[in-house]
Ligand binder design. Structure first.
Ligand code: SAM
Length: 314
């Protein structure tokens, strides 16, 4: 998987000499005994592993399963199927998650427009539906006879009415267009030499994400890698430091990496060994760099906000 790349291309590769070392960071067992402080990358089939997992319970589940499309993931291939069959497949692993989650746990499940309604139906069988987040995925491909697909959904469920939601941790910093004053003082915004800013309530439409691409330090060759910033929002809102997070379809390890950067624990399962090794490499890199693009000094910035804005400390 070692490639020759253009000099400014920052895509994370596996060098041939790294495989042996990184393999040691991956578990290959199909029955898991987890502790509350687990930080595990597990290689194998999520359905088999989830059905023989015991130990501590999870505070948060983030699942980014294959969408209902025929797609190759490394050595694995997911085949598109009828909506009913896709629903059955979702049901098969989701029901195994139920006993592994705390009664206060939250769940986020990703889908595209085709698989989204199935996720809503199956998820609502087991969990309390709280919201659907739609995020702008600006890397979509144009279509000749259809609207270009440029969005995806993330369904937000909880186990019960009691759950963590750290609103202040996920507010979005925006420039104030019409700064309103009361008695000469800024009303709900902050004034600074670089402009006027307000921390706004985050909505269920996320337009501030960039799908990883070659010049981003988090980029890998995984075909459907999620942005670290997306995971940062989910993890900060719906867990606390030290909590335990489950990702049954870990891919290049984005959930595990962001969990580590934000001081959470995790169990990340992935069927393809090369992706597990990539995830292990990213986790190793996270030991020396905890930065998350687009989330700086505890602030979520709008996409493409100017460096000068970001340097501004309100
Ligand atoms: C949509 S991708 C996840 C991408 C990930 N969120 C990231 O940021 O890299 C889905 C992943 O699930 C893996 N997968 C598919 N079926 C699986 C199974 N039964 N058990 C474990 N992993 C599986 C695929 O190999 C693929 O890497």
């Amino acid at each position: 998987m070692s490639h020759s790349r253009a000099p400014r291309n920052r895509t994370i590769d596996l060098r041939d000499d790294e495989h042996l070392r990184l393999r040691k960071a991956v578990e290959f067992s199909s029955s898991l005994l987890i502790a509350g402080d687990s930080q595990k990358l597990v290689c194998g089939d999520a359905i088999k592993i989830l059905s023989s997992t015991s130990g501590a319970q999870f505070d948060l589940l983030f699942a980014d399963p294959p969408y209902n499309l025929t797609k190759k993931f490394g050595s694995e291939k997911f085949s598109s199927r009828s909506s009913d069959d896709y629903e059955q497949w979702l049901d098969a692993w989701l029901k195994l998650c139920v006993p592994l989650l705390k009664s206060t746990a939250s769940l986020y499940i990703c889908g595209d427009w085709r698989s989204s309604s199935a996720i809503q139906r199956v998820g609502s069988k087991y969990f309390k539906l709280q919201n659907r987040i739609t995020w702008e995925r600006e890397k979509g491909r144009g279509a000749k006879q259809n609207w270009k697909n440029a969005s995806e959904d993330i369904w937000f469920f909880t186990m019960s009415d009691e759950f963590t939601f750290n609103l202040d941790a996920v507010k979005q910093r925006r420039r104030v267009v019409a700064p309103y004053r009361e008695n000469g003082k800024p009303k709900d915004w902050d004034e600074s030499a670089n402009g006027n800013f307000r921390d706004t309530h985050p909505s269920n439409i996320w337009t501030d994400l960039t799908v990883p691409f070659w010049s981003m330090p988090e980029n890998t060759d995984h075909p459907t890698q999620k942005p670290e910033k997306l995971l940062a929002k989910v993890i900060l809102a719906s867990s606390n430091p030290g909590d335990l997070i489950l990702d049954p379809f870990a891919g290049s390890g984005t959930t595990a990496v962001v969990a580590k950067k934000l001081e959470r624990n995790f169990v990340a399962i992935e069927a393809d060994e090369e992706y597990c090794l990539l995830a292990a490499k990213r986790l190793e890199m996270a030991e020396t760099s905890g930065s998350i693009q687009g989330f700086e000094d505890g602030v979520f910035w709008e996409r493409n906000s100017k460096i000068a804005d970001r340097k501004n400390r309100v």
